[in-house]
Design a protein around this ligand. Structure first.
Ligand code: SF4
Length: 140
């Protein structure tokens, strides 16, 4: 089994019913496109769950972070079931508990406050990517 050590796979839950699911997807895009574009890869969770062995080999090839909106942990469960344990799981609702002053209610157009929170989650993900790759935390 080949493990690609210079990239980290990120699988976000696809929750539409909970604002935290929206945050998980947006934070994932921030990491993939802005914070760690050269260090991260992803696949779509529904494709992964419905997909061929090629998709399911994803987390066997890449050390993978599951990003879930809530404690049902759908991304983590899917990765575990089909590819093996993710190296880390980030649960947005647990991070939100540490920021009780924030109101996160949107499922599509985020408020400035919600965008700020998505950035907080993305920064945590980027730090985890750095840890997995054995790097000191980088700026950004
Ligand atoms: S982890 Fe929670 S928010 Fe994400 S898809 Fe599952 S139930 Fe929905």
């Amino acid at each position: 089994m080949v493990i690609v050590k210079d990239k980290v796979g990120i699988v976000s839950c696809s929750g539409e019913d909970f604002p935290e699911g929206t945050i998980s997807r947006i934070a994932t895009r921030i990491v993939l496109e802005k914070l760690r574009p050269n260090d991260t890869v992803t696949i779509c969770l529904p494709l992964f769950l419905a997909g061929s062995e090629d998709e399911r080999a994803f987390a066997r090839v890449f050390p993978t972070i599951a990003v879930d909106g809530c404690d049902k942990r759908c991304a983590e469960v899917g990765v575990k079931r089909y590819s093996g344990n993710p190296v880390a799981t980030i649960v947005v609702s647990e991070i939100l508990k540490k920021h009780p002053q924030l109101k996160v209610t949107s499922r599509d157009n985020l408020s400035d406050e919600e965008k700020e929170f998505a950035n907080v989650v993305a920064e945590k993900m980027a730090k985890k990517v750095d840890e997995i790759l054995g790097r000191k935390n980088e700026e950004g």
